[in-house]
Ligand binder design. Sequence first.
Ligand code: PLP
Length: 353
Amino acid sequence: MTRVPVRDDLSALEGYHSPQVTVDVRLNTNEAPVGPPAAFREALAAEMSRIEWNRYPDRAATALRTAIGALHGVGPEQIFVANGSNEVLQTVLLTFAGPGRTVATFEPTYQLHGHIARITGATVVEGERAADFSIDMDEVRRVVSRSRPDVTFLCSPNNPTGGVDSPSVVRELLALSPGLLVVDEAYGQFADWSAVELVDEETPLVVSRTFSKTWSMAAARLGYLVGPRWLVAELDKVVLPYHLDATKQIAGTLAVRFLDEMNERVRSIVAERERVITALRSLDVDVFDSGANFVLFRPRNASGRAVWQGLLDRSVLIRDCSGWPRLADCLRVTIGTPAEDDRFLSAITEVLS
Ligand SMILES: *Cc1c(COP(=O)(O)O)cnc(C)c1O
């Protein structure tokens, strides 16, 4: 068999790894611990029976974009929707990055920003965050003046470190960066402010969100961004026609009717997060502050990898970040149900003793 060579610039690229292992307690991918309300499932089932399967879905996904826009007080023409926020980011990068263009990230941050940018053929410039993983403005100035990025990423709350960027950080980045600023707010509902309030026609800013985390809809693969109208129109040219299937459009439109329930889930996860952080702080680990539904921590006197394995041996799966740059020995745990968090806490207490 003859293998056809892949693009030269892709040959060194590694895939995205996040092991899907069968365990009792799965706290590794920042999903919501419980599903959407039963009333949502019933409404979805009823609507599904009315789909005209022989017809293409609404190409502009107008009902869905209108419903999402209403969440943010904007019209459908300011909302771009795709199959997960990763596809939203891919479309942004296909439109504004690609060969000959530069994308800036501030590490450690969400690995897929750089990964997708490289797949589009862009050059990725990695700035470093400060020791506490906040954005270091001197570093931003250095990266931006040297590389003049076409696209700059922020992630707030930042995955995997958990910190929230303040409005002044986002404003400063907007002032400094010559290109488009993308603020990934996959965990935005956990934070006390949103960069959506800075979006307008004159500002080169988009804010991406996902249904995978706070909306308890990872299975649906649905994400969106809020941006200027002109920019959304450009993205609509780049994305494949009819990329959003009818089922997903209906699921998303129905989901946002359950906003109160979503906010209630967020409140209980935040309370649970504070309980987990307090418990972890009583153990021999360093814990980073989190404004999201996960917590990054580092065992002080044990290797991160060994602790991760010890938890897995007890059927508790968390994310092993210990091999990632700048994150030696770090582990990230997603906040689960109180029962799952108890399992995690007793397992880690055992592993560390
Ligand atoms: C989980 C996550 C996403 C979500 O991606 P989807 O494709 O919408 O599931 C995007 N950005 C960050 C930072 C995430 O952690």
